[in-house]
Design a protein around this ligand. Structure first.
Ligand code: PHE
Ligand code: NA
Length: 442
C-alpha cells in the first residue's frame, strides 16, 4: 500500500470540494428547474432542502471520511464492520451511474467551445446540436472529456486535483461574475430576471408532489452527496480543519453560483428574444447557442461561457473518478495513473448508451431521461439514506466528537446536528423516496 496523500492546504480541500459541487447541476439544471417550478418560490424550497437536509448530510459524509482517512468502502467497514461496506459500494455505483451520462454532456460542452470559436453552429443551432449530441461525434467528445479528467486525477491529490481546482474554481467565479455583470446591461435583463425569480406560489403548491422530491434530489446532486465524493475528499483532511465551517462555505458558494447562472442565462435569452418556450433541458446548448449566434462578439462570448461550463463539469468529474481511484489505491499496488485510466475506461463504456442515444433532435431522449430519473428519485436518496442511518444511529456520539475536532462548535450545536441527521434528514429522505417512487412507477 502506498503512503496516503493529503491536501497541501485547507484552501486546497475547499476549492476541490467546491469544484466538485459546482457543476452542470448549478449552471444547467438549477436555473431551468427554478424557472419552470415557480421561480423564487422554488428557490425558497430549494434553500430549505439544502439547509435542513443537504448541509447536515454533507457533514455526515465529512465525518466518515476524516474519521478513518480511508476510501469510501473501507471507511464504512472500519467504523461499522464489514457489512457496512455496502454503503460505500452503493455510493460508488450511484456515482458511476451519474457520471455515465454526465460525461457525455461534458463532451458536448467541449464540442460547443470549439463550435463557438469556429462559428460552426451559427447558421443552424438546432441542426448542430443533433449532429454532435449523439453518435461518433459524441463518443469522441466524451473520450476527450474523460481523458482530461483522468490526466488530472492521475497526477495525484496535491499535484493533480488540488493544483487544477485552485485554477479552475477561481476562474469559474471570476468569469461568471463578468458574464453576469455584462448580462445585466442587456435589454432583456429585467424580463429575464423576472422570468427566473418571480415567485409563483400557485404552481409550487400545485406541483408539490414532484417539487419536493425534486428539490431534495437536486440538493444531493448539487452538493455531490451519495456518491462517496465528500467522504473521499474529507479523508485527505487533517484534524485541525473545522468541518462545519468548511461545509458552510461549500454550501453557500454552491448556491450562489447557481443563482449567478440564472443571472447570466436568462437576460441573454430574453435579450435575444428566445423565450421560455424554447428553454428546457436543451436550452443550455440550443438556446444559448442561438443567442451567441446573433450577439455581437458572440464567438468570444460563446467560448467564455462554454469554457466556464466545461471547467465546472471537469472539476466535478475528477471528484468522482477520485472515489474509485482512492478505493483502488488503498487496496492494490497498481500506480495511480493505471487506476485512473482503468476508471476512465469503465466510464467510457458506461457512457456509450447515452452517447449513442439518437432520440429526438437535441438528444435528450429515453436513455438520458431514464438514467436521470433513476438517479434523482432512487439512487441518490437511497445512498444518502444509508449514510445518514449509519452516521446518525450507528456512529452517534463518535460522529459528534469527529465533527467537533478542529472546530469551535459547541457540544450543544453538535447535538443539534446529530438529531437533525437522525430525524429531519432521515424523514425527509423517506418522504422523498416515497414521492419519487410514485412519480417513477405509478
Ligand atoms: N455536484 C455536481 C453538479 O452540481 C454533480 C456531480 C458531481 C456529478 C460529481 C457527477 C460527479 O453538477
Ligand atoms: Na452543484
Amino acid at each position: 500500500m502506498v503512503e496516503r496523500e493529503t491536501w497541501a492546504t485547507r484552501v486546497g480541500f475547499l476549492v476541490a470540494a467546491i469544484g466538485s459541487a459546482v457543476g452542470l447541476g448549478n449552471l444547467w439544471q438549477f436555473p431551468f428547474k427554478t424557472a419552470a417550478n415557480g421561480g423564487a418560490a422554488f428557490v425558497v424550497f430549494y434553500l430549505i432542502a439544502v439547509t435542513l437536509i443537504g448541509f447536515p448530510a454533507l457533514l455526515a459524509e465529512f465525518v466518515v471520511g476524516r474519521r478513518t482517512h480511508r476510501n469510501v468502502v473501507d471507511s464504512f467497514a472500519e467504523l461499522g464492520g464489514p457489512a457496512w461496506r455496502v454503503v460505500g459500494a452503493m455510493g460508488m455505483v450511484t456515482g458511476f451511474w451519474i457520471l455515465s451520462y454526465y460525461d457525455v454532456v461534458g463532451g458536448w460542452v467541449l464540442r460547443y467551445i470549439l463550435g463557438s470559436a469556429t462559428g460552426a453552429y451559427f447558421d443552424d443551432p438546432g441542426a448542430y446540436l443533433s449532429a454532435v449530441a449523439s453518435g461518433p461525434e459524441a463518443i469522441a467528445a466524451q473520450a476527450v472529456f474523460l481523458a482530461i479528467a483522468v490526466g488530472i486525477v492521475a497526477m495525484g491529490i496535491e499535484d493533480g486535483i488540488e493544483k487544477a481546482t485552485k485554477v479552475m474554481v477561481p476562474s469559474i467565479v471570476v468569469l461568471m461574475l463578468a458574464l453576469g455583470a455584462w448580462a445585466l446591461t442587456l435589454g432583456g435583463a429585467a424580463d429575464g430576471l423576472a422570468y427566473f425569480l418571480s415567485p409563483d406560489v400557485g404552481s409550487l403548491v400545485e406541483n408539490a408532489g414532484t417539487v419536493i422530491p425534486d428539490a431534495v434530489g437536486q440538493a444531493f446532486f448539487t452538493l455531490s452527496l451519495g456518491m462517496g465524493i465528500m467522504v473521499t475528499y474529507a479523508s485527505y483532511v487533517g484534524e485541525d480543519d473545522s468541518l462545519p465551517v468548511d461545509g458552510g462555505v461549500i454550501v453557500v458558494s454552491n448556491t450562489l453560483i447557481g443563482v449567478l447562472a440564472g443571472v447570466v442565462v436568462f437576460p441573454i435569452l430574453f435579450a435575444e428574444g428566445i423565450g421560455p418556450a424554447d428553454s428546457g433541458p436543451t436550452a443550455l446548448f440550443e438556446a444559448m447557442a442561438a443567442a451567441f449566434a446573433t450577439l455581437p462578439a458572440g464567438r468570444l462570448l460563446g467560448v467564455v461561457f462554454f469554457g466556464v461550463v466545461a471547467l465546472a463539469a471537469l472539476s466535478s468529474a475528477i471528484s468522482l473518478l477520485e472515489v474509485a481511484v482512492s478505493y483502488a489505491t488503498d487496496n492494490t499496488d497498481a500506480s495511480r495513473s493505471t487506476l485512473a485510466l482503468g476508471a476512465g475506461a469503465i466510464l467510457f463504456v458506461l457512457g456509450l448508451p447515452s452517447a449513442l442515444d439518437t432520440g429526438d433532435p437535441g438528444g435528450f431522449s429515453a436513455w438520458f431521461v431514464w438514467f436521470d430519473a433513476i438517479a434523482y428519485n432512487l439512487l441518490l436518496p437511497l445512498s444518502v439514506l444509508l449514510v445518514v442511518v449509519f452516521v446518525g444511529w450507528v456512529l452517534g456520539r463518535d460522529a459528534v466528537a469527529e465533527l467537533r475536532a478542529g472546530s469551535t462548535a459547541s457540544g450543544g450545536l453538535a447535538m443539534v446536528w446529530l438529531w437533525t441527521v437522525r430525524l429531519v434528514v432521515l424523514l425527509g429522505i423517506v418522504a422523498t423516496l416515497a414521492l419519487g417512487f410514485e412519480s417513477l412507477f405509478l
